[in-house]
Design a protein around this ligand. Structure first.
Ligand code: F6P
Length: 550
């Protein structure tokens, strides 16, 4: 393969960067009245303003040429049609089939997977309706009131984020709890809030081998059996979401209480599958189908819109532009929506587990930087915490602002203030405040020339910080589905440009292996000499602390 840095399109962007890097965003806006109209897109109910970026129409053309040179449309087609786009695990990546509402088949190994997808959705509907309407009862005949989802990574972050994001649509009896951390405090805190007679545990694990999840699930089962429940009652209180029926059976969950999915669903892309059961229980199957529809609408856009008008392609190209040509290796996600408070954490797994790679699809080392660090917190809270660094720090950090125009809890002027803060931050980041503006402002407030001089370095803002703003009318299930799919496709396009595999995650394996062997050593409780001096020292210190060695 050709490394992207060797492509003519890449070299043209490099030369173009030298030409435009000193032109400020203020200058770009001053020179073009129609910039907001030129650099905006609408797709699947989402509106994107990308005018506050260091781009001209020429930059946009060159970025689109890069996407063409990297075969983005053909790569999209390969993914959508079930080709092996994850060669290190020899799998397709067909999360798009899980939300395929077109009625068209999706073939894997000569079989249409859609009938299996629909069959699981039908079972999920029947099951969730029984739990929601109270006809599914616990071992003492009471309706379920609490659902505890036990899972980690993709089996936790997606469902948790979506349940929180769609809280206004939640069932009024069912309370959802999520346990992921192997730290016993996490399961302890969930169990301290629930009653075994009315609690349902969802053990969510694609592989059903994940140490944290199985440890938490065993502890939950012991807690359940320590109440006056019997083994036969487990089937009323434990369900599994997995691809591994054998391990589910071995754990003791009746496989009739298992909702399956397939190895062509990546963990971090799995909230559209049975892994979405907590979402379904919370908002109901009809709304979950609207959520799937939102994602499907974005899929159709990603697959058919020309590259220049394609929203995920545009966001991905902007990330490549900053990451590879401006050396901006960090990207802020700032949702101006309290219910999206777990969205940045969810996107961290989606983007960093997908694109934190150093080799191309063929295994050769990459020459250019790949996935940036993604982080964030809801605005306006971030404004009173880390925004200082964005405004006046030395790093260039592109940001995505996400805002729902209509509140689901309209109270007084809250929404107007939220909106004002969102728009103010992107304006402040871009425009900054120069010395003349500061002097005028301080003089009007009665400051002397000396004071203005003394404080001007501290109180001026260089501005010129880029951002995107994404707007939706209301954060409905449809809008959330479209938003998540937008970022999934953005991540895919970035990977296509860097020619890396976004669907494997070998980088998490080494730590898992070492934790296993260190756990065996801790359990053996003898002085350890098998590691480096620091690791030996830490293990031995812990054993001494527990009085297990002298
Ligand atoms: O360790 C990383 C990972 O494999 C993620 O990719 C995955 O989402 C998570 O662990 C949980 O895996 P599982 O659903 O198989 O328990």
């Amino acid at each position: 393969m050709t490394d992207p840095v060797d492509l003519d399109a890449w070299k043209a962007l490099s030369a173009h960067h030298d030409e435009v890097k000193d032109v400020s965003l203020r200058e770009l806006f001053a020179a073009d009245d129609s910039r907001f109209d030129t650099f905006q897109l609408t797709a699947a109910g989402l509106f994107l303003d990308f005018s506050k970026n260091h781009i001209t129409t020429r930059t946009h053309e060159l970025l689109v040429s890069l996407a063409e040179a990297c075969d983005v449309p053909a790569r999209f087609e390969r993914m959508f049609t079930g080709d092996i786009v994850n060669p290190t695990e020899h799998r397709p990546a067909l999360h798009t089939a899980l939300r395929n509402r077109s009625g068209q088949p999706v073939m894997v190994d000569g079989q249409d997977v859609m009938s299996d997808v629909r069959a699981v959705l039908t079972r999920l509907r029947t099951f969730s309706e029984r739990v929601r309407d109270g006809s599914w009862t616990g071992f003492t005949g009471k309706p379920i009131t609490d659902i505890v989802n036990i899972g980690i990574g993709g089996s936790d972050l997606g469902p948790l984020m979506a349940v929180e994001a769609l809280a206004p649509f939640a069932h009024d009896r069912l309370k959802l709890h999520f346990v992921s951390n192997v730290d016993g405090s996490h399961i302890h805190s969930a169990l301290s809030k629930v009653d075994p007679e009315t609690t349902m545990f969802i053990v969510a694990s694609k592989t059903f081998t994940t140490q944290e999840t199985l440890t938490n699930a065993h502890s939950a089962r012991s807690w359940f059996l320590d109440s006056h429940a019997s083994r036969a009652d487990i089937s009323k209180h434990f369900v599994a979401l997995s691809t591994n029926a054998e391990a589910v059976g071995e754990f003791g969950i009746d496989t009739r209480n298992m909702f399956g999915f397939w190895d062509w669903v990546g963990g971090r892309y799995s909230l559209w599958s049975a892994i979405g059961l907590p979402i379904i229980l919370s908002i109901g199957m009809d709304r979950f189908e609207q959520f799937l529809q939102g994602a499907h609408d974005m899929d159709m856009h990603a697959r058919t819109a020309p590259l220049k008008e394609n929203m995920p392609v545009t966001l991905a190209l902007l990330t490549v532009w900053y990451n590879n040509f401006w050396q901006a290796y960090s990207h802020l996600i700032a949702p101006y929506d309290q219910y999206l408070h777990r969205f940045p954490a969810y996107l961290q797994q989606l983007t960093m587990e997908s694109n934190g790679k150093s080799v191309h699809v063929d295994g050769s080392p990459v020459q250019a930087a790949t996935g940036p660090v993604v982080w964030g917190e809801p605005g306006t809270n971030g404004q009173h915490a880390y925004f200082q660094l964005l405004h006046q720090g030395t790093h260039l950090i592109p940001a995505d602002f996400i805002m729902a125009l209509e509140s689901l809890n309209p109270i007084g002027i809250h929404q107007e203030l939220l909106m004002a803060n969102c728009f103010a931050q992107s304006e402040a980041l871009m425009m900054g405040k120069n010395r003349d503006e500061l002097a005028k402002e301080m003089r009007a407030a009665g400051a002397s020339d000396e004071e203005i001089e003394r404080l001007s370095g501290h109180r001026t803002f260089a501005g010129n910080r880029p951002s995107n703003t994404l707007l939706v009318q209301q954060m409905t299930p449809h809008a959330l589905g479209a938003l998540i799919a937008l970022y999934e496709h953005k991540v895919f396009v970035e990977a296509a440009i860097w020619d890396i595999n976004p669907f494997d995650q070998w980088g998490v394996e080494l730590g898992k292996q070492l934790a296993k062997s260190i756990h065996a050593e801790i359990a053996e409780a003898a002085t350890v000499k098998t590691h480096d001096a620091s690791t030996n020292g830490l293990i031995n210190r812990a054993l001494k602390f527990k009085n297990l060695i002298a």
